[in-house]
Design a binder for this molecule. Structure first.
Ligand SMILES: Cc1cc2nc3c(=O)[nH]c(=O)nc-3n(C[C@H](O)[C@H](O)[C@H](O)COP(=O)(O)OP(=O)(O)OC[C@H]3O[C@@H](n4cnc5c(N)ncnc54)[C@H](O)[C@@H]3O)c2cc1C
Ligand SMILES: NC(=O)c1ccc[n+]([C@@H]2O[C@H](COP(=O)([O-])OP(=O)(O)OC[C@H]3O[C@@H](n4cnc5c(N)ncnc54)[C@H](OP(=O)(O)O)[C@@H]3O)[C@@H](O)[C@H]2O)c1
Length: 464
């Protein structure tokens, strides 16, 4: 297919996953100065990845990244193919046959495991599930969390743990005007949670919270943040870590924790207690979670390399609900190399490499599936730009033409897969916003794929 008037065949690139790294990769390709068609393939009918299904509903400012993605989606030569799962509806091999290059930006959708007895007891969940549930992710919509438990434990001290804390600690009135899913708001309205224990395996100087997120935990209207002042004693290596200029975030975190330790509870009905140097070694209960056994740790190693080592001393903490918030992990895509230890697709300069470290022609990765599950939304931009730089360097200027989406369409049709285009998504989006308006919410999300597709039929925009 020649570009009208230019005599140049556009290059065809498929980007798999419509989270931040997918949109930033699309932007870098579309603004590269080359004539490239970009198809952004997404397994859900709704785009934006963790910006829609991860970022906490009470942090609406952070969702404003979507405004940038809306502009990218309107660039000439951009197309969304939502409701298409790569590895199920179409293989990577088939994509490589129809596109000059494929960029995998499919994120890190699963959780890491603690590896302790009782981890799978009823009442023990991952933060991944809880976050996806309150954000209305269709695959997690029917999960159940026993919020009749008065004591909840969260393992891990990163920003995801902070998000989970806030959702459990805030009153329903504080959450009512956010885009939290209706089913979650209803369940949280009946919550009896009174105590939230947040467990860190290392010390206060190693907690992974950013300052703003930690400080916010001390400013909750209905919940007092508490730390045992004794838990803030630091060893020499941790003190040295805090003195390093580049480590100002940790130094500030410790300052904030000192404020928590000296603060009064102020009659707030809920408590949030931060623990340090403790690891769960067993989750126990008759049929369901009743207590977690915590082992006290000490730190070993040089500054910035300190690891937690168990001391053999244990304590029991009675609880009815536990969330493991110890990081995400990637999910392998059939036919694509995968490093199970790191939970990522192995790459060199963004090029996917095989077991012998040799790049697979035409295959690239960016974002969490390339780097692992760290970094904020903006971190993914430079990452995607770097991957696209490699891709553009590899794309030969004289090349055989590829059919791109016009080659993919009959294949998907034969398999009964109907892609959701960006216009379709905009229609779903408008419906969600309209559903939210009477409740004072920015949107009421559809939480089932069927509902989204039926919405298109109802408004006379059925998928072809
Ligand atoms: C709970 C949580 C809260 C966060 N909050 C913030 C915040 O407030 N501020 C901030 O800056 N950062 C936040 N982050 C970090 C930020 O969300 C990530 O840096 C970013 O989303 C990673 O982008 P990504 O595109 O690599 O992955 P994702 O955002 O996960 O996008 C991956 C996309 O790929 C799709 N996909 C997966 N597999 C397939 C397949 N086989 N076929 C087709 N599509 C597929 C998924 O459906 C998804 O849409 C948060 C992260 C989490 C986990
Ligand atoms: N508002 C925001 O900007 C926002 C919100 C949410 C998420 N995010 C970002 O998204 C990324 C992911 O966040 P995250 O909270 O999932 O990850 P994270 O920041 O890496 O935190 C993971 C936590 O789990 C602990 N941990 C890991 N393995 C453990 C084990 N086996 N036992 C006990 N504890 C264990 C880690 O401790 P160690 O340090 O000892 O490993 C750490 O405290 C981060 O970059 C985060 O900043 C940002």
């Amino acid at each position: 297919m020649s570009d009208a008037g230019s005599g140049v065949d556009p290059q065809q690139v498929a980007v798999v996953g419509s989270g931040p790294s997918g949109f930033y990769a699309a932007e870098a390709l579309l603004k590269s100065g080359r004539t490239i068609n970009v198809d952004l393939i997404e397994r859900l009918p709704a785009p934006f990845g963790l910006v829609r299904y991860g970022v906490a509903p009470d942090h609406p400012k952070l969702k404003e990244a979507i405004l940038v993605y809306q502009v990218i989606a309107r660039l000439p030569r951009f197309a969304l193919l939502g409701n298409v799962t790569v590895g199920r509806d179409v293989s990577v091999e088939e994509l490589l046959a129809h596109y000059h290059a494929v960029v995998l930006t499919c994120g890190a959708e699963t959780d890491r495991r603690l590896g302790v007895p009782g981890e799978d007891l009823a009442g023990s969940h991952t933060a991944t599930e809880f976050v996806a549930w309150y954000n209305g992710h269709p695959e997690y919509r029917d999960r159940q969390f026993d919020l009749s438990a008065e004591v909840v434990v969260i393992v891990g001290q990163g920003n995801v743990a902070a998000d989970v804390c806030r959702i459990l600690a805030k009153s329903v009135d504080e959450l009512r005007s956010t885009d939290i899913a209706e089913h979650a708001l209803d369940a949280l309205a009946a919550s009896r949670v009174r105590e939230i224990h947040v467990i860190g395996r290392r010390g206060p100087a190693q907690a992974k919270f950013t300052n703003k997120e930690l400080k916010e935990l001390g400013e909750l209207a209905n919940c007092a943040a508490e730390v045992d002042p004794g838990a803030l004693a630091l060893n020499a290596q941790s003190r040295a870590e805090l003195e390093a200029k580049a480590n100002f975030v940790s130094a500030k975190n410790v300052e904030i924790l000192r404020e928590f330790a000296s603060g009064a509870r102020g009659g707030k009905p809920r408590r949030l207690i931060l623990h340090f140097l403790k690891s769960p070694v067993q989750l126990a209960g008759a049929g369901r979670l009743q207590q977690v056994v915590l082992e006290r740790n000490r730190l070993e190693g040089a500054s910035f390399q300190q690891v937690a080592r168990g001391t053999g001393q244990t304590e029991n903490l009675a609880c009815g609900l536990l969330f493991r918030s110890i990081g995400y992990g990637g999910v392998p895509i059939p036919g694509v190399p995968f490093d199970p230890k790191r939970g990522v697709i192995p790459t060199r300069d963004g090029r996917v490499v095989d077991a012998a470290d040799v790049p697979i022609p035409g295959l690239y990765a960016a974002g969490w599936i390339k780097r692992g599950p760290t970094g904020i939304i903006g971190t993914n931009r430079a990452d995607s730009v770097a991957t696209v730089k490699s891709l553009l360097a590899d794309l030969p200027s004289a090349r055989e033409s590829r059919m791109g989406s016009s080659g993919l369409a009959p294949l998907l049709e034969a398999r009964g897969v109907r892609p959701v285009r960006y216009d379709d998504w905009e229609a779903i989006n408008a419906e969600e916003v309209a559903r939210g308006a009477p409740k004072g919410k920015p949107r009421e999300k559809f939480t089932r794929v069927d509902e989204m597709l039926k919405c298109l039929e109802r408004i006379g925009q059925p998928l072809s």
